[in-house]
Structures are given as C-alpha cells and as structure tokens.
Design a binder for this molecule. Structure first.
Ligand code: GTP
Ligand code: SPV
Ligand code: MN
Length: 589
C-alpha cells in the first residue's frame, strides 16, 4: 500500500516576526498576506499568476524552456545611487561616500510613502538566508514585498522559504527589509538603510539591486556594517576555485565594479593553449570573508543564484553562462527575436524584432536590449558550479584581486607589496561608470574596493577595518590589481580578455606559490613579458609593452589626486593608509 507523503510542518513563526508583519500590514493595508514557503508549487503558481497578468512573457518553450521575459518600467532599469541613503544617527558614520538622512526623518518619509501602498495587492513575507543554511557565517533576513517578480527572483538568488524561517526561529535576529514597487514614480523612489536597526526600506522601484533586498542592501550595505562590528568583511567580490594542471586548488576573490567582469571571470573557460586548468564558480558578485582559526581568510558566497548582465554574453565570451541561461531563467529587459527568443548583443539566433520596451525594433530608438538587461538564474544551472559553494566553513583565500575599467593608466596586472599596501591599491580603484546604475556611462570615478555604491559606512572607518582584519591574519591573501579594459588610441581593447584572463590568474597563483617572477616598480610588482604564459596568443608586441608599462609621471598625478580625494575623510582616514600613500609617492619621485 502506498504511504501518504508526510508534509513537513510549517516552521514556527517567531513572535518578533509576526509582530513586524502585523505592523507593516496595518501601515500598508494589503488585500492579503502570503508567507512564502519557497516550494516549487508556490513558484509555479506565482509564475502562472504573473503570466496571466502579462507581466511575465513565456519565451520559446522549445529553445528556452521554463524561461520568461520581464519588462521593467522604462524609468526603472538600474540601481539609483542618488536616492540611496545610509541613515545612521551620526552623519559622519555614513561618511562622505554615502548619501545620508537622519533616521527619524527617513523613517517618517518612508512611512508616509508606505501608508496604504499595498491596497489591493498581496503582501508577501519572504524569509531568506544569505549563505549555506547551516553555515555559522550565514545571516538571515525577511523581505516584505508587494512584487511577485521580486519573490521569484529572491527564490533564485537566496535560500528562501521554510528552511530560512526555521533558521530565523533558531537565530532570533533577522534583517528587516520592507519593499513596495509603489507607483514606480522616480520622484517617489528611495532606498533607505538603517544599519543601527538592521533595517532596509525601499520604495518605488522593482528593479534588481533596488528591490531584491537580500543582495546589495542586505549582503553589502547592512552586512558591511555588521562585519565591522564583528571582525569580518562583506565585499563586492566574485569567488572562484582554480584547479591547476598539477592538481592543486587555490581560491581567489576578485572585486570589480558593477558590469566590469565579475560574472565572466567567475565562469571563465580556460583557453586551449592552457590545458589542465579548471575554473569553478563559487560566487559571481558578493563574498563574506572571515579570519579563520588558522590565520587564513575564509570566504562564503551569501547568494545562491546570479543576477547577471545579459549583453555581451555569447558562446565565445562566456559559454558557461550562455548554456546556463537556456532554461528556467528570468530575463529582464532583453529584446526578442522572431522566434520569441531573448536577444542581446552577443546572443545567437535571429536578429531582434521587438525591443526591450516591447516596441517593434527600430535602431532610431536606441539599442534593442537595454545595456543593463539581466538574467536571473540558479547557480545550480552553472556548468562550472563549485561544490564548495555549499561548504559551511567557506574556502581559504589565496589571493584578492581588485580591478577597474580603465582605458588608460592601469596596467594589465600588478601585485601589492603586502596587505596594507594592498589596502591602498584597493582604496585607489577607479573605474568608468556603466549602465548598472543610472547616470552617465563611461565617466571615470573613484570606486574603492568596487564598494563605492555599497559600503554601509564611512570609507575612512572601512579602510581602517581592512587594515585591522589584515593584522589578524598570519597567512593573509596576496593582493593584486588588474585591468582588462585598457584601450589603444583607436578605442580597441589591448587585451583579449575573457578566457585569456586565465594567463593573468596563472601569474597571480605563481606569485602566491613563489614560482613566478616579477619586477619591482613604484606601484608594485609586475610581470615581465616572459613571466606570463602567452603561448598560442597573438598579441601585438607594442600592445603587450603598453599593457605592462608604468608611466611614473601619470602615476604621480594619480596618487596626488587620490591624496586629495582622501582629504574628505579627515581624521577617519587611517594613518596606515596615509603612510602607504606617502611611500608610493616617494617611490614615484
Ligand atoms: P555586476 O553584475 O553589475 O556586478 O557585473 P559584473 O562585474 O559581474 O560584470 P560582467 O561579468 O557581467 O561583465 C559586464 C560586461 O563586461 C559584459 O558586457 C561583459 O561581456 C564585459 N566583460 C567581462 N569581462 C571582460 C573582459 O575580460 N574583457 C572585455 N573587453 N569585456 C569584458
Ligand atoms: C551591480 O550593479 O553591481 C549588480 C546588479 O550586481 S544589482 O543587483 O542591480 O546591484
Ligand atoms: Mn554587482
């Protein structure tokens, strides 16, 4: 006789959570409340509902099974830094790197926006866990949202539902994130963070980092604040396992600004000329780093999916990603071809016929896919998924790599002299702006540690914290800087990038193992051409020379301008960082 399947009992709802949900319900007046379990059935039902309303458009079921297109409001396509605030009691704690608002004022403003905002809508309670559910480093939160699209994305991006709720009941505390799409009015759009209360309030946007509160709001802005108090780091970094031809595995973390190559590096496919290497993905956007008992730095990826940039994803640039998003993927703001397949620059299949706003494609209206079009997909679908992504203790990091998108100045790669010099290298990261945030694209701006939009507190204190964490490590990772985006006078990239970036990673690991050489330059250690494995690569010798050059006069100017930028941090700027800057300037003199 067949036995009935045993339904697991719904986990206990902590009283503090129930109370908060009731409070929000009273404020926002939703038509109904739905506690998300995270089940397949729940996701299928929400998908059906959104499809019936025309908010999710099913894609070609033969070539993109289980996949949907979502079009966000045309005024809501990227993060909005000018209306993103850190609301600490003291303005100085938020620092000159953040927009600040007094917590009482921000709270009042947001309460006014949220009052009655969910009338006629469903209030979803979304318990989630950032990190492996049984990891001591994982942290939980609850997002209350009125967007089913957000729920579906959170289910992919985090460990969402009953398991998270059970952990919240065990842990006690959780980060409170309140979100409503409101009327999608850019004038009534605010992303507020209250680090001292572990709370987030986001109104008026349904897009990515503004609305999936587990991601940038919790796992970076709030977590960086918690990390400082507790002695760890929350960073905008990818995480990879690199298996060498001789069978060793190293773990590397890399911080590049938004849309500057993290997902691509995290899923890198080795070029044929470098046989025996394997790159496995642990994370593509965020890393939480903890000093371990053995004096090394251990990392987990708090996420369980990727919210990746679609444009540029092609079988030649990133075949792993390209294959990964052929099924069960949510696409946002891509174009469509005649076969109802998603289209962007780099997609195969036919040319676009419908643009990202649903209009017949006309080049006069701009690009067919929005430059910040994205895919949301479970990490489990990644052909290069690393099992270590589920390791509760994380992985020990051998190297940290900083990088930026710079058409000039920054060489292909250089190595910091030690941890504290590495903190200066990270603090000095500058990069051209991209479509990941609203505003002008291609403008060079300082983006320390790729955290300018995401550090939840004063950068001066943040750098001090980096120096403190480093001092606790007896076996610290080595620190490097890379630039894949150097251009010639004609605007062409000097370095082929993508899979070929493994050649740089090979040198990085050679430095870690002490097997590969470098020359000493004023900005750090740099490979000579013969220190890089360039076999099978056709690279103009002039391009290579430029990629590996240091122009002392230009660097003096760079560090003089960095010194000026540092001044705004006043007495919060750590002495150790000032000393590193002076040392570089002295070497450049
Ligand atoms: P976020 O998700 O916004 O944090 O971005 P990301 O850092 O993960 O960037 P991603 O890997 O998605 O790359 C962004 C864009 O840069 C894509 O269009 C890529 O095709 C392009 N890109 C990535 N790596 C390289 C590279 O090595 N060289 C060049 N030229 N372009 C690259
Ligand atoms: C980024 O902008 O760095 C992203 C996309 O990863 S978002 O989730 O919108 O922040
Ligand atoms: Mn990112």
């Amino acid at each position: 006789m067949a036995t009935q399947p045993v339904m697991p009992a719904a986990p206990h709802r902590p009283a503090a959570l129930e109370a908060w949900v009731n409070e929000v319900r009273a404020l926002t007046s939703p038509a109904r409340v739905h506690w998300c379990t995270g089940s397949e059935e729940e996701a299928a039902a929400l998908t059906r509902e959104l499809a019936a309303r025309g908010e999710l458009l099913p894609l070609n079921p033969a070539t993109f099974p289980g996949s949907y297109l979502y079009r966000s409001s045309p005024n809501d396509v990227a993060r909005v830094e000018h209306v993103t605030f850190v609301c600490t009691r003291s303005e100085r704690d938020a620092g000159p790197n953040n927009h600040w608002m007094a917590p009482e004022l921000a709270r009042r403003k947001m309460d006014d926006l949220f009052r009655g905002a969910m009338r006629g809508r469903t209030l979803y309670v979304v318990p989630y866990c950032m990190g492996p559910i049984d990891s001591p480093y994982a942290r939980c939160g609850v997002e209350i949202t009125d967007s089913a699209y957000v729920v579906l994305n959170m289910r992919i991006m985090t460990r969402m539902g009953d398991a998270a709720l059970a952990r919240i009941a065990r842990d006690g505390g959780f980060v409170r994130g309140l979100h409503s799409t409101g009327e999608l009015d850019p004038e009534r759009r605010f992303i507020m963070h209250f680090p001292e209360e572990l709370a987030i309030m986001s109104f008026g946007s349904g897009y990515g980092g503004n609305a999936l509160l587990g991601k940038k709001c919790h796992a970076l802005r709030i977590a960086s604040w918690q990390a400082r108090q507790e002695g760890w780091l929350a960073e905008h970094m990818l995480l990879v396992a690199l298996d060498s031809p001789t069978g060793e595995t190293h773990y590397v973390a890399a911080a590049f600004p938004s849309a500057c190559g993290k997902t691509n590096l995290a899923m890198l496919i080795p070029p044929a000329a470098l046989p025996g290497w394997k790159v496995r993905t642990i994370g593509d956007d965020i890393a939480w780093l903890h000093p371990g008992p053995d004096g090394r730095l251990y990392a987990i990826n708090p996420e369980s999916g990727y919210f990746g940039v679609a444009p540029g994803t092609s079988p030649t640039s990133n075949k792993n990603a390209y294959d990964m998003i052929r099924h069960d993927t949510i696409f946002t703001n891509v174009a469509l071809n005649a076969r109802n397949e998603p289209w962007w620059d780099g997609a195969t299949g036919g040319p676009p016929v419908t643009d990202w706003q649903g209009r017949p494609f006309d080049p006069a209206n701009g690009p067919a896919a929005h430059p910040n079009a994205r895919f949301t997909v479970s990490a489990r679908q990644n052909p290069s998924y690393a099992r270590e992504a589920d390791a509760p203790a994380g992985v020990p990091i051998s190297a940290i790599i900083f990088g930026g998108r710079r058409r000039s100045l920054a060489p292909l790669v250089y190595e910091a002299r030690d941890w504290s010099h590495g903190v200066l290298v990270g603090a000095g990261v500058a990069s051209e702006t991209t479509a990941a945030a609203t505003g002008k694209v291609g403008v060079l701006r300082r983006d320390p540690m790729a955290m300018k939009p995401f550090a939840g507190y004063n950068f001066g204190d943040y750098w001090h914290h980096w120096l403190t964490v480093g001092a606790r490590l007896t076996r610290p990772p080595r620190i490097f800087h890379v630039n894949w985006f150097r251009q010639d006078a004609g605007g062409h990239f000097l370095w082929p990038g993508f899979g070929e970036n493994l050649r740089v990673l090979e040198w990085v690991l050679g430095r870690v193992d002490g097997t590969l050489g470098a020359r000493d330059t004023p900005i750090g250690f740099m490979p000579a051409a013969e220190d890089l494995d360039l076999s099978g690569l056709t690279l103009d010798p002039k391009a290579l020379a430029e990629l590996l050059s240091v122009d002392p006069a230009a660097w003096r100017e760079e560090y003089t301008s960095l010194a000026r930028d540092f001044e705004q941090y006043g007495d919060r700027l750590p002495e150790g960082l000032k000393a590193e800057l002076e040392a570089v300037l002295a070497r450049l003199a």
